[in-house]
Design a protein around this ligand. Structure first.
Ligand code: OGA
Ligand code: NI
Length: 352
């Protein structure tokens, strides 16, 4: 672990003042405009029951997943198979971690995005001009045995609880990748095979209450660079997704997980499935905890769509690239609404 560094975590900023510090204030014109957000009833995104995924009605569930990937890029799943006690344990240990004294948490601090295990704040404090209202712990978690010994050991149950959760999350990610493959008319194992040896990262996001939520973001609009994201959130709202140019609030549904398509599935599906912009808004009343699992190709995997998805009407959307090259580009670029994928379009299709 690196030594403690001067950059304070957010939780201390909050304690010090009832106002958002200038380091976290977005320029006018780049603020959330909370009044124009759509608050739909229900979850705000399709809600899919996975109960029948391994039964006689598999085809129907697969079709529902395919259509959500095509139109929304986001959906929720219930009956996803991760036991309730495992989910509750994950949220509890996340809360306990962020409630530890700052001196204890700072043992994991690093601002180097290349580190496999680190606590940090905002998104990338090395490159961004305005910070975000978020602290986060990032953990690599597959293959588990390569990383678990480097994870925090305080709270004392952290490693055991998070190992169990991340193993369950991986099993669900694999089931979803199979369903996604089938929904594209491909072999069930296609996506799993296309992603090489696989990797899995997890973030534990902590968004403290914010005195002026209209001035800043938990996370500004971005698309996830990985293949598929499984988001566990506590009961507090904050996630919003973009649909037809408008922001739509995703309302937490008890026992459901949010799934979203990342840039790699967009590329592997040759643009049929969409990696969609999303952002996180903070609020003045309560802290919010979310735990995204980022399921990824291994760094050396070469990302290119199946031949069956490329034809005269659907020319190759991206030059084949390694996931490592993509990931480096993503972190260098910073969170912004411009899609990192656009940088990998064939030269003649590029807008920039
Ligand atoms: C992310 C993300 C959403 C949330 O970490 O990439 O989009 O609700 N998180 O925290
Ligand atoms: Ni995201």
């Amino acid at each position: 672990m690196s030594p403690a560094i001067a950059k304070p975590l957010l939780s201390d900023l909050v304690a010090q003042s009832g106002q958002v510090p200038s380091s976290h204030i977005r320029p006018v014109g780049d603020r959330p405009d909370l009044d124009s957000v759509d608050h739909e009833s229900g979850s705000g995104i399709p809600l899919i029951d996975l109960k029948q995924l391994d039964g006689p009605d598999r085809r129907k569930v697969v079709e529902a997943i395919g259509s959500a990937c095509e139109t929304d890029g986001f959906f929720m799943v219930r009956n996803h198979g991760i036991p309730e006690a495992v989910v509750e344990g994950m949220l509890r240990v996340a809360r306990e971690f962020f409630h530890l004294p700052e001196s204890e948490r700072l043992k994991c601090y690093s601002d180097d995005p290349k580190k496999a295990i680190r606590l940090s704040t905002s998104f990338n404090v090395r490159t961004e001009k305005v910070s975000n209202w978020r602290d986060f712990l990032r953990l690599h978690c597959f293959p588990l045995e390569n990383f678990v010994d480097q994870w925090p050991s305080n709270p004392s149950s952290f490693r055991q609880v998070v190992s169990t959760y991340s193993t369950e999350a991986r099993a669900l990610a694999l089931r979803l990748l199979e369903a996604i493959s089938e929904s594209l008319g491909l072999e069930r194992g296609h996506m799993v095979a296309a992603m090489g040896r696989h990797a899995q990262h997890m973030a534990v996001n902590y968004y403290p209450p914010c005195p002026q939520p209209e001035l800043t973001y938990g996370l500004p609009g971005h698309k996830d660079p990985n293949a598929v994201t499984l988001l566990l959130q506590d009961g507090v709202s904050g996630l919003q997704v973009q649909r037809n140019g408008r922001w739509v609030a995703v309302n937490p549904v008890p026992d459901a997980l949010v799934i979203n398509i990342g840039d790699q599935i967009q590329a592997l599906s040759n643009d049929r499935y969409k990696s969609v912009l999303h952002r996180v808004i903070v609020n003045s009343e309560s802290e919010r905890i979310s735990v995204p699992t980022f399921y990824c190709p291994s760094p050396d995997a070469v990302i290119a769509p199946a031949d069956a998805l490329v034809d005269g009407d659907h020319p190759l959307a991206y030059r084949p690239f390694t996931y490592q090259a993509y990931y480096d580009e993503f972190w260098n670029m910073g969170l912004q609404s411009a899609s990192c994928l656009d940088r990998f379009r064939p030269i003649h299709q590029r807008a920039d």
